[in-house]
Design a protein around this ligand. Sequence first.
Ligand code: BGP
Length: 480
Amino acid sequence: MKFPKDFLWGGAIAACQAEGAYQEDGKTLTIPDITPYNKNINRKLTKQVEITLDMIEQNSRDKNDIHYPKRLGIDFYHQYKKDIALFAEMGFKVFRFSIAWSRIYPNGDDEIANEKALTVYDDMINECLIHNMKPLITISHFDMPIVLIKKYGGWQNPYMITLYERYCKTLFERYRNQVEMWIPFNEINMSPKAPEKTLGILKEGREHLEQDIFQALHHQFIAAARVTKMAHEINPNNKIGCMVAYFTSYAHTCRPEDAVQAVDDDQKRNLFFLDVLANGTYPWYMKAYFKKKNIEIKMSEEETKLIEDYTADFIGFSYYSSKVSSKDGKLELTSGNMMNGYKNEFLEASAWGWQIDPLGLRYTLEKLYDRYHKPLFILENGIGAEDKVEDGKVHDEYRIDYLKRHLKEVGKAIDRGVDVWGYTMWGPIDIISSGTSEMSKRYGFIYVDQDDYVQGSKERIRKDSFYWYKQVISSNGENL
Ligand code: BGP
């Protein structure tokens, strides 16, 4: 496998799944902080928990932190020096992590940023640089500040654009020349699936939920264009990436209806967001959809021009599994990242039902490169599993196998001419699961000794995959 000599090998985490310290140094509550772990979850089927205002009020008062694992995370907020040193031991060239908006602007609309929080992230970023790791920062990663829901109603309010610009300006100026790769919104296409933690939109009592979601999403599109412009003005070396969770899906049969359904699923779940953020225009098929669903996006001429002029510098995406599209929909369901899909009889699945499809990653890379002709970055890929410690070790051959097969397809895509900047494996250290708030759904090269109720020594243990990834990086992918 010939990976480019400057290929960015690394890993990715999110503040709300790793940091903990949920009220330290002035940080205020976010949607993940009030989302409980439910031991009775059905792992095989994804069920989005609806967040209501009552739930926010009630859970905000609940001080039983161990039932809200993301409040405590793996204490990365205090242990980041040691954890980043472990990433460096593997030879990471890049480390993707997110900054928590509710630390930097605890009240959402503060005039001045929270210096205590800025100093901590200063040190976290410097820790990366000391170890020759490029920081790749996600500016908003599923941790919607609750103050912004209560005061402004979340992203349905265009004033959020101003507040978000203020937040980004602070980051771009403070970390100028230290950070040059930024992702404004994690998996922006998750908004229709999980509007609470992405847009701050609560579903209850809405006349026309889709109208509100797509108008709020439009405000995020505007915000992304504005901060892309700003980032380039503050530092011309800044690269701003857009990001989706790519829901790769195949037609269940060669029946034309299934083929058309697969195209429709791809447009609605994935391409719409990238057509706006990477191509700079609302695509025709979405205008048809809006018309059919009586959705009217309020958009000025100036906004249309802004989106057109300030598109993303690169396209990032997360890829875990693939799905099946079918018109008649009488197939067996299986789980997947934040949404269920139909089972593919030709694929194995993880213990959580996510279907394992390495070739699907190359299928996706080549499709995106062909459509957008922009550099690509795999910002998340990995397998959640119940790892076991035996004699102080974790023999996670299944993780090595998963990653090896996926990386080989990345190598093939690169050999065939696709411009891929890098690969940040999801969850290089065990963290709290996004969808289920489980700790037992482990992704890491590094095991963390704590359970689903955040009980344990928090000791870090290198798994077999830690040593495997280390030699993959040192050989620049030749030892895959
Ligand atoms: C993506 C998120 C990540 C990560 C990943 C795995 O949607 O960007 O935060 O969590 O999903 O999902 P989970 O943690 O639910 O297994």
